[in-house]
Design a protein around this ligand. Structure first.
Ligand code: HEM
Ligand SMILES: *[C@@H]1O[C@H](CO)[C@@H](O)[C@H](O)[C@H]1NC(C)=O
Length: 468
């Protein structure tokens, strides 16, 4: 099954998928001693993320929270989350995106140009693209190059520390990341100070955050709250979009007939744009039906956010099972996306399956409910524009194909199938496992895992696209 390559998650989720089909849709397990409930059905995921969302709060390891910034919206629940979310949604909504098309196109063209003749890793090129698009979204393209470079450099240090062991000794990646985090905050404060001095906060994401009275009791947000959210959005936007873009490039390469069909669709648009001399329009990006299906199918196949975590804030009963307060809950998106009950022949890359809408709550590449991704339309816009320029301007060569399966952290722990609440006292310490296996994730472990390694390994050899 060579398609299941998304770092450890993919491999591990596959293990779980085998189990899920044998044992059902709810599994109780321990990840490093932390009691967890895994949910692999659309109904259960909806219960946790949508209908009973107030009973399940987001949960991240403290060290990660500290690295991104504790006031970033995705760590929160309730009122503060809602206020921040409204703010962030504006600059990511359709009107703002329509205006952003030229910036996205410029970023795409510059990415592809710098790719030319380079054997750079696809993933790294894509990360640069998603970072640049994140920056225009936040700062409205008004940021000077020096500032941008400062943000980029410092952010990349923060990122390296994010997946490293949280050890505060000088010299460690984590320590360096915390230092870089402070410098980022400094750069952002300077930018805000300048805007205030000029008396024009701006209508971009930063401007929205600066002007709103979304703080407690209708106060302005503090600089700290704003910085946390700016860094949070960059964080949420960069690796996710870059990973999917990398997968798309790979899938197109793997399916030559499909690539030809996509090229035909895009070539017509290029012709209409006077051979690419006119800029792409928003309306054109809305008309790329086949390309859009390729994107949806790539999101399903790759399922790069394989699952998410929540924590029960009270004892919750679901279908006769008790989820005790304090337990972690994991809706498993990837398993749902790869379940043949919802997606026939799930291992087949087949964009035509999206000619019919998936059943409700079975397709959640961007999550579901109150925390669902507000950046999903921006991400799709980036993908559409990148594919347009890639397939109309480049041909893929015959690269040596290498795959790397990045499997690590398959820990053996104890788990058991759920029993109805009535039958089993669900005290975390009293569960008697019936099997030995679990799956763990760098999130829980704080382990020095470089998720992007797998992508990089084949990203290097994956693609030699030649300019046509
Ligand atoms: C293909 C690219 C992307 C994927 C697959 C993706 C996926 C997701 C998912 C699954 C969630 C929900 C997580 C959860 O419920 O625990 C999420 C949340 C979020 N995403 Fe994305 N995302 C992508 C791109 C972006 C972009 C481009 C932005 C911003 C420009 C963004 C900003 C956010 C934010 C701010 C949240 C937190 C929302 C909240 O907690 O209310 N994402 N994303
Ligand atoms: C980080 O930001 C500071 C400004 O606070 C800047 O002087 C520095 O060059 C940036 N880059 C790195 C790698 O520290």
């Amino acid at each position: 099954m060579p398609t299941c390559l998304w770092a450890c998650n993919g491999v591990l989720a596959h293990v779980w998928l085998v189990r899920a089909s044998r044992y059902g849709e709810i599994l109780k397990t321990h990840i490093l001693g932390c009691p967890c409930v895994m949910l692999a059905s659309p109904e259960a995921a909806r219960f946790v993320l949508v209908t009973q969302a107030h009973l399940f709060k987001p949960t991240y390891p403290r060290s990660k929270e500290r690295m991104i910034g504790p006031s970033a919206l995705f760590f929160h629940q309730g009122d503060y989350h809602l206020r921040l979310r409204k703010l962030v949604q504006g600059p990511l909504g359709p009107d703002a995106l329509r205006a952003l098309v030229p910036d996205v196109e410029a970023a795409v063209c510059s990415t592809l140009a710098s790719w030319d003749g380079n054997v750079a890793s696809t993933f790294h090129a894509m990360k640069r693209l998603s970072f640049d698009v994140g920056i225009v979204t936040i700062f409205g393209g008004r940021l000077d190059e020096r500032r941008k470079a400062e943000l980029r450099q410092n952010y990349s240090i923060v990122e390296k520390g994010y997946n490293s062991f949280p050890n505060g000794f000088p010299g460690t990646l984590y320590y360096k990341a915390i230092q870089a985090r402070r410098r980022l905050h400094g750069v952002l404060s300077d930018i805000m100070r300048e805007r205030r001095a000029r008396g024009e906060p701006g209508s971009d994401l930063l401007g929205c955050l600066m002007q709103s009275r979304a703080g407690d009791d209708g106060a302005l947000l503090t600089d700290g709250q704003i910085a946390d959210n700016v860094i949070g959005v960059l964080f949420a936007a960069q690796d996710t979009t870059a990973s999917v873009l990398t997968w798309i490039v790979k899938y197109l390469h793997d399916h030559p007939k499909l690539l030809e069909a996509v090229r035909t669709e895009q070539a017509a648009i290029r012709t209409a744009n006077d051979g690419g001399r006119l800029p792409l329009t928003w309306a054109q990006t809305r008309s790329m039906a086949l390309t859009h299906r390729v994107i949806l199918e790539s999101l399903r196949m790759a399922s790069i956010i394989s699952f998410t975590f929540r924590e029960a804030v009270a004892d919750v009963e679901y279908k006769g099972f008790l989820i005790p307060k304090g337990w972690k809950v994991m809706p498993l998106f990837r398993n749902i996306h790869h379940n043949p009950d919802y997606f026939q022949d799930p291992q087949k890359f087949d964009p035509s399956r999206f000619k019919v809408s998936p059943r409700p709550n079975t397709f959640m590449p961007f999550g579901n409910g109150v925390h669902a991704c507000p950046g999903n339309e921006l991400a799709k816009l980036e993908m559409l524009v990148l594919i347009h320029h890639l397939v109309t301007g480049y041909r893929c060569g015959a690269p040596p194909h290498r795959f790397a399966i990045y499997s690590l952290l398959v820990l053996v722990d104890q788990s058991s199938r759920w029993a109805p609440a009535a039958a089993t006292p669900l005290d975390p310490s009293s569960q008697l496992p019936d099997s030995a296996y679990t799956y763990s994730y760098c999130y829980m472990l704080h382990a020095p895992v470089r998720i992007d390694r797998a992508i990089n390994l084949w990203g290097h050899s994956l693609l030699r696209w030649h300019n046509t």
